[in-house]
Design a protein around this ligand. Structure first.
Ligand SMILES: *[C@@H]1O[C@H](CO)[C@@H](O)[C@H](O)[C@H]1NC(C)=O
Ligand SMILES: *[C@@H]1O[C@H](CO)[C@@H](O)[C@H](O)[C@H]1NC(C)=O
Ligand SMILES: *[C@@H]1O[C@H](CO)[C@@H](O)[C@H](O)[C@H]1NC(C)=O
Length: 705
């Protein structure tokens, strides 16, 4: 008996899709497009550290799009995963405008879902609400356009490649890659609820594999909850962080074996309280240096015994070497995804269902313990300013208060007011630092009309597209509740995959459980609509589920405002590039050596210009070229993890012109082919009148032995 089951398992494992004789239910297209914005001058979105502006590229940022069409009903959805801190409403709205121009009414706010990986290493300034724009000094038009255009292009590519396809699901546990960074809040959840789980973060990766009927690999989407904060708030190179590194590795694997481009999306999930820095929180200085931080407050005493948040930092798996920390957490996700892809055999079949609504959250009444309770207008609590052990938060923002060089702050500081009694009562026990929902000058500081969306892909996959960061337990409650409704309603199977897909549509910060909210850690302080936010989220997604069961349509709700014409735009502008030492742009300032042993660092310095003059979208600022005996073959670009492209501006930031060096590094390792190499740099300079001129630089030839 057991032997027969074993043989059956072997047979299933080896079987091709032909086993599923039923016609493919879905047709699928995939697309990927570069969304890397200014690699110079622009504040990074995530840590809100004003001094963390872009100075080059570690790896590029991409949008990865999947169009899924129900072949029976013609219904379609677009799922896009972007290497961004989060998607914003203005990005979604302007992508939709582009889609409408090209495809009419085929793609809408309902069936287009845009999500972000939550990298903290991309340029900011693409949000419309004031609070998200403080450290970037407002809206950054060229970054916004690069993001909107790149997402649109990724969808266009996916649209153009739609063909019959099979979907398979899989789930597996990934250990040693995430920890809870606010366990004291998690611990306040009911004991009976905690007892259901082994870990205080979710360890499952959920994966969808996509292949065509001939068995060709097309792509994958997976979800695993972990912050993309492997690179800390001193990093200045554009990076998609740990998920971007995983995407890069797996796409590189398949590039060698498939003709069409394999697209791998590593999506965020209920990562609100989840850190990739698995070494845990330690004191960096003071009398407790190298000892664990205080458990409840995540602080460390200074020499006078005063508790300080800034001294407490989560250590990565490799200590304070962030490049290595990022590599390890990315590599772990890559290996697990590769394994789950290879062994995925749960076919996803059935009909496609889409529900989406805009909800005016501060005016939403949620049913809490049998009572109808109104959510709150947005407000940030005090712990928000302190930040987390992955990086101090908006404390820097307040230091900006006294900084005479912070024109944005000067422009808005007068608008902050005392919170109303009503707001204090509603947000209780949150001590309010910023009553963002009660300030609307120069325009709204925080969103009120929020975009909620859910895709049900057949009887086996539910994607809840969530505007914000749910904590671990909040995500579990949401998933369990919606799973039960849809299972009871006969829409999904008992073992369906149900995922929370985060940082989508409109950023609403965090959503923690009612019990976690009472503790007011950073995540609770940043749960902006008050203690009953999660109750509302669960109710809204359940209404979507009930509407699918009953086959009813839902009203779309109020349209979010468009602030495009009113946005503050004080971010640094590109300036004239000047030559130095009488040398042409692209001339060598410090050449490579003649010879390197494999494993050593190759470096070359060029006379260069601001990389913001041309983003080199879909291309590269650098090439490592290998002599094949007859031609120079490109073996590395600026998207490779072992290269670094650094912009070194030599003038103070307030000067009228830039004088720049470009520092290119290639970290070779033992696996590098021996032979002759050279490094090429592609730049663009800007004249006083704004004329952009391309140029290039070339190192001498060197030998790797
Ligand atoms: C941040 O990363 C840099 C580069 O890896 C490292 O030198 C520094 O120690 C890190 N800071 C903290 C607080 O871990
Ligand atoms: C609902 O009632 C339960 C049981 O009395 C209580 O533990 C819980 O805190 C209440 N929830 C809210 C949000 O008030
Ligand atoms: C759902 O309702 C639509 C009309 O609103 C109808 O065309 C469709 O057949 C219904 N589907 C089912 C399964 O009843």
């Amino acid at each position: 008996m057991s032997r027969a089951i074993g043989l059956l398992a072997v047979f299933l494992a080896l079987a091709t899709p032909v086993l599923f004789a039923r016609a493919q239910d879905f047709a699928i297209g995939t697309g990927i497009y570069d969304i890397t914005g200014p690699a110079g001058q622009i504040n990074m979105m995530g840590y809100a550290n004003p001094s963390q502006t872009t100075l080059g590229i570690q790896q590029r940022l991409f949008a990865r799009a999947f169009v899924i069409v129900d072949q029976l009903t013609g219904e379609r959805v677009v799922y896009v995963n972007c290497d961004l801190a989060f998607v914003t409403q203005i990005v979604k709205d302007y992508v939709l405008k582009r889609l409408q121009t090209t495809y009419g009414s085929l793609y809408t706010a309902s069936n287009v879902g845009l999500t972000g990986t939550h990298t903290h290493g991309g340029p900011g300034g693409y949000a419309e609400y004031v609070l998200f724009e403080v450290t970037s000094l407002g809206f950054v038009e060229d970054n916004f356009q690069a993001i909107v255009d790149g997402i649109f292009q990724s969808i266009r590519l996916a649209h153009e490649t739609v063909r019959p396809a099979y979907l398979f699901g899989n789930v597996g546990e990934l250990l040693d890659s995430n920890i809870n960074r606010s366990p004291v809040a998690y611990d306040n959840n009911p004991a009976s609820e905690k007892a259901k789980y082994t870990h205080n973060v979710d360890k499952d990766m959920t994966l969808v594999k996509i292949i065509d009927p001939a068995g060709n690999d097309m792509g994958m989407i997976n979800w695993f909850p972990v912050h993309c904060t492997s690179m800390n708030n001193t990093n200045r190179l554009v990076t998609p962080d740990n998920k971007g590194y995983a995407e890069y590795l797996i796409e590189k694997d398949f590039a060698a074996s498939t003709n069409s481009r394999f697209v791998a999306a590593f999506s965020s999930s209920n990562l609100g309280d989840v850190s990739p820095n698995t070494g845990g929180p330690f004191c960096m200085d003071g009398p407790n240096k190298d000892l664990p931080c205080d458990y409840a407050t995540s602080t460390c005493p200074n020499d006078r015994g005063m508790p300080r948040t800034q001294s407490c930092h989560n250590r990565g798996p490799a200590g304070s070497n962030d490049r290595e920390n990022n590599r390890i957490i990315g590599n772990n996700q890559y290996l697990k995804a590769k394994e789950l892809y290879a062994t995925a055999r749960q076919p996803l079949l059935g009909r496609l269902h889409v529900r989406q609504q805009y909800i005016d959250l501060p005016n939403y009444y949620a049913n809490v313990n049998g009572t109808s309770v109104k959510l709150c207008r947005p407000a940030m609590g005090f712990s928000f300013a302190a930040g987390t052990c992955d990086g101090p938060g908006f404390l820097n923002f307040f230091q900006g208060d006294t900084n005479p060089d912070h024109p944005f702050w000067d422009a808005i500081v007068g608008f902050i007011k005392e919170p109303s009694e009503e707001l204090k009562a509603c947000q209780f026990p949150k001590p309010i630092l910023l009553p963002t929902g009660e300030v609307s000058r120069p325009h709204d500081w925080h969103p009120s009309i929020i975009d909620f969306q859910m895709f049900v892909v057949g009887t086996d996959l539910v994607i809840m597209i969530v505007p914000g960061e749910l904590s671990t337990m909040a995500g579990r409650r949401l998933r369990d509740s919606v799973r039960k409704t849809l299972t009871d309603g006969g829409v999904i199977s008992a073992d369906a995959l149900v995922v929370v897909s985060g940082l989508a549509s409109t950023y609403t910060h965090y959503i923690v459980t009612f019990e976690e909210y009472q503790i007011q850690r950073y995540e609770g302080a940043s749960t902006i609509y008050g203690p009953n936010s999660l109750a509302a989220y669960i109710e809204i997604f359940n209404k979507f589920a009930q509407s699918i069961i009953a086959n009813t349509t839902l009203p779309q709700g109020p349209t979010p405002p468009d602030f495009y014409d009113r946005l503050i735009r004080l971010s640094p502008q590109p300036k004239e590039d000047l030559q130095q030492d009488g040398q042409a742009f692209g001339a060598i300032k410090r050449d490579v050596l003649g010879q390197y042993t494999a494993g050593s660092k190759v470096s070359v310095l060029f006379y260069g210009a601001n990389p913001r003059n041309n983003f080199m979208t879909g291309s590269t600022f650098l090439e490592v070229q290998h002599w094949t005996g007859s031609t120079w073959q490109v073996v590395r670009t600026d998207n490779d993890y072992d290269t670094e492209f650094r912009w070194v501006p030599l003038h103070a930031s307030d000067a009228e012109q830039f004088i720049s060096d470009i520092d290119i590094t290639w970290f070779t390792d033992a696996s590098v082919a021996r032979g002759q190499y050279r490094i090429q740099y592609y730049g663009h300079s800007r004249s006083a009148t704004g004329v952009i001129t391309p140029f290039t630089g070339l190192s001498s030839t060197f030998v790797v032995v």
